[in-house]
Write a protein that binds this ligand. Structure first.
Ligand SMILES: *Cc1c(COP(=O)(O)O)cnc(C)c1O
Length: 407
């Protein structure tokens, strides 16, 4: 019989979110009257905005006409969309031919690993979005879990003690470094100086940074960098993955992009961009043209205004949750809230407690679902993540209940 890919047998425990769903289900079954509110999974909740939705609807209808029909699109994605992304989001510090349109950032993070094979070293922020590590295990770049993490992965601890920026000296030479800013789950945003030190380290040590900027639209502090390509030296050491999922509510529509600079090369001098083009044309056949029509609409004046409104809405939710969790009763109990208004997540520490115990206590007392920090990596223990993705009325109700949480 055919052998199972050992990567799958090396993956331990369930993926975090199915475990949360299971606990929620079990709790709901035992407490049928509980009105459970989710501040857990990082999924958008507000409807698509009118201008962007109409553009997709019009495009879909036009596909039903002789004049409007189109099949497979351009290799790297709709040319006009690539140009718009380069000019609007990147102010032309990247070129349109360095933009690759995709069905989302997570999908790109998965596919990117095919470029580097199983021999590459991998470094991740700890805590981190699970796909960086789980994808590395599936592809064989990381081995079995030894109880403290997967063999072959360098976990870079990010905590309040180091201002959520890791000790880079731990990273081995020639590593693939996954770096997410604004960070999921901590909400921390790296400063220009911090990213410069990361870029300098990568260039000096033959590393490539996979920079996940999926939350860049949440950055409201103008001093903070929104893309790795604002940093000098990044073009020889970084790939950026990004997405319309969070700013435009495209989590279900599916549209993202990656930037691979022409100067980025492997050890043998081959441009990484050439192979990425190969991956995108051989293993992927382009994003939906309907979604791309939505992306184009999102980048005109009306669309940009709508996206800003959506992001503002979630940021206001985050502010409401923060104001409850920073009340004196929590402060006196030692609860620490990390959230500086540039991300949709609040990263909250309950010193001396286990993440899953806090998760269970909040579910039991408040009927609110959160995400246990330990699910994002060992450094997440004692934290839970509160997501601001939710309808305002639900967030307000959740806040009322959380105010009475006894910990
Ligand atoms: C939501 C999210 C994404 C977006 O993934 P898509 O596949 O584009 O929906 C990427 N990275 C992080 C860290 C995220 O939280």
């Amino acid at each position: 019989m055919i052998k199972r890919n050992t990567g799958f047998s090396n993956l331990t425990a369930g993926y975090l979110f199915p475990e949360i769903a299971k606990r929620r289900r079990e709790y709901a079954a035992a407490h049928p009257d509980a009105k459970i509110i989710s501040l857990g999974i990082g999924n958008t909740t507000e409807p698509l905005t009118p201008h962007i939705a109409k553009a997709m609807s019009d495009y879909a209808l036009s596909l039903g006409t002789k004049e409007g029909y189109s099949g497979y699109g351009d290799e790297q994605g709709n040319t006009a969309l690539r140009e718009k992304i380069a000019s609007v989001f990147y102010k032309d510090i990247v070129r349109a031919d360095e933009v690759f349109i995709s069905d989302g950032a997570k999908c790109d993070i998965g596919r990117i690993q095919t470029l580097f094979g199983r021999d590459v070293n991998v470094a991740v922020q700890d805590p981190a979005y699970p796909v960086y590590v789980d994808g590395s295990v599936v592809y064989g770049a990381a081995g079995a879990n030894n109880g403290n993490g997967y063999n072959g992965i360098t976990y870079m601890s990010c905590s309040p003690e180091n201002n959520f920026f890791p000790d880079l000296s731990k990273i081995k030479a020639n590593s693939l470094i996954y770096f997410c800013s604004p960070n999921n789950p901590t909400g921390a945003v790296a400063s220009r100086e911090q990213l410069k030190s990361l870029v300098d380290y990568a260039n000096k040590n033959g590393c490539i940074i996979i920079f996940d900027a999926a939350y860049f639209c949440f950055i409201r502090d103008d001093k903070l960098p929104k893309t790795i390509f604002e940093i000098e030296g990044s073009r020889t050491c970084a790939i950026e993955v990004n997405s319309f999922s969070k700013p435009a509510g495209f989590t279900g529509v599916r549209l993202g992009w990656s930037i691979v600079p022409s100067e980025l090369v492997y050890e043998d001098g081959t441009p990484v961009k050439n192979d990425w083009n190969r991956v995108m044309t051989t293993l992927f056949n382009g994003a939906s043209n309907i979604a791309q029509a939505g992306g184009l609409a999102a980048l005109d004046d009306e669309g940009l205004k709508e996206m800003k409104g959506l992001v503002d809405y979630y940021l206001e939710n985050a502010r409401l949750i923060k104001s409850v969790l920073t009340a004196d009763s929590f402060k006196n109990a030692g609860v620490e809230v990390y959230s500086d208004g540039n991300a949709p997540y609040l990263w909250v520490r309950f010193p001396g407690k286990k993440s899953w115990d806090i998760f269970d206590a909040i579910l039991d007392q408040c009927h609110v679902v959160t995400t246990p920090g330990s699910g994002f990596g060992p450094a997440g223990e004692s934290f839970v993540r509160f997501s601001s993705f939710g309808h305002r009325a639900d967030v307000e109700e959740a806040c009322k209940r959380l105010a009475n949480l006894k910990i």
